[in-house]
Design a protein around this ligand. Structure first.
Ligand SMILES: [Zn+2]
Ligand SMILES: [Zn+2]
Length: 231
């Protein structure tokens, strides 16, 4: 975001405002997103968002008015200026919907690039995803996704299949439908040897010639899969 810095503009706007207002004033804040100097007022972030926060969550009214400005100045607060919100460089947060801890509330979301701990690929934790993650799903503000979308989906599928497997095993009586259900679930998880094992058990148990034939074909397909997946 440093590339959006316009140092020339900054010096001229500062000079103009200081000549207009001779009385003592709160020093400007530097927006961490665009690097511009921003006047502190109740109409602009972060003070504007603090006032919304105080209106939504009564307990925040116990804090001294302007705590967000102090926090922003000390770089404790994640925020951005209204121009950045307007330009789409940052997304304005509704911090009263967040599950925050002490001093960890966020006034703005910015796209973050992260590395997937499964596949090692880079992925973007987009500002819009962050809003959904923290405000709709209510995840703690400290929590961040560790995996890219693809790995997340794979993990979810494996988790779901595992859950269903333990459900079947919980009341397992060794019937053919159960054995085939387990085979399907292991196949879904990508555990083909285990899936094959359950199809074989179902085939051995079957007393129906047609069913047996169908299962033998399925076993043959599995074996074909094994052969073609070998280098
Ligand atoms: Zn800005
Ligand atoms: Zn990944």
């Amino acid at each position: 975001m440093g590339g959006k810095r316009k140092s020339q503009l900054k010096t001229t706007s500062r000079a103009a405002s200081s000549s207009k207002k001779p009385k003592a004033r709160v020093p400007d804040l530097i927006c961490p997103c665009c690097g511009e100097s921003r006047a502190v007022s109740e109409k602009v972030a972060p003070l504007r968002i603090e006032l919304l926060m105080r209106a939504h969550v009564p307990v925040w009214s116990n804090l001294e008015l302007g705590w967000s400005v102090t926090a922003a100045r000390n770089k404790w607060l994640s925020w951005a200026c209204d121009a950045c919100f307007k330009a789409g460089w940052a997304l304005e947060a509704k911090p009263w919907l967040q599950s925050y801890g002490y001093n960890s509330v966020q006034f703005a979301y910015l796209d973050e690039t992260k590395t997937c701990s499964d596949c090692g690929n880079e992925f973007v934790f987009a500002a819009t995803e962050q809003a959904f993650w923290y405000e709709t799903l209510g995840f703690l503000i400290y929590s961040k996704p560790k995996h890219c979308v693809q790995c997340r989906h794979e993990r979810r599928a494996v988790k779901q299949a595992n859950l269903e497997i333990s459900e079947v095993l919980g009341s397992f009586e060794g019937s053919i439908p159960e054995l085939l259900q387990l085979a399907d679930l292991y196949e879904k998880m990508g555990n083909l040897p285990k899936a094959l094992e359950f199809v074989r058990r179902a085939k051995n148990k079957s007393r129906d010639e047609i069913e047996k034939q169908v299962l033998l074909e399925r076993i043959a397909l599995f074996e074909l899969d094994f052969i073609s997946s070998k280098p």
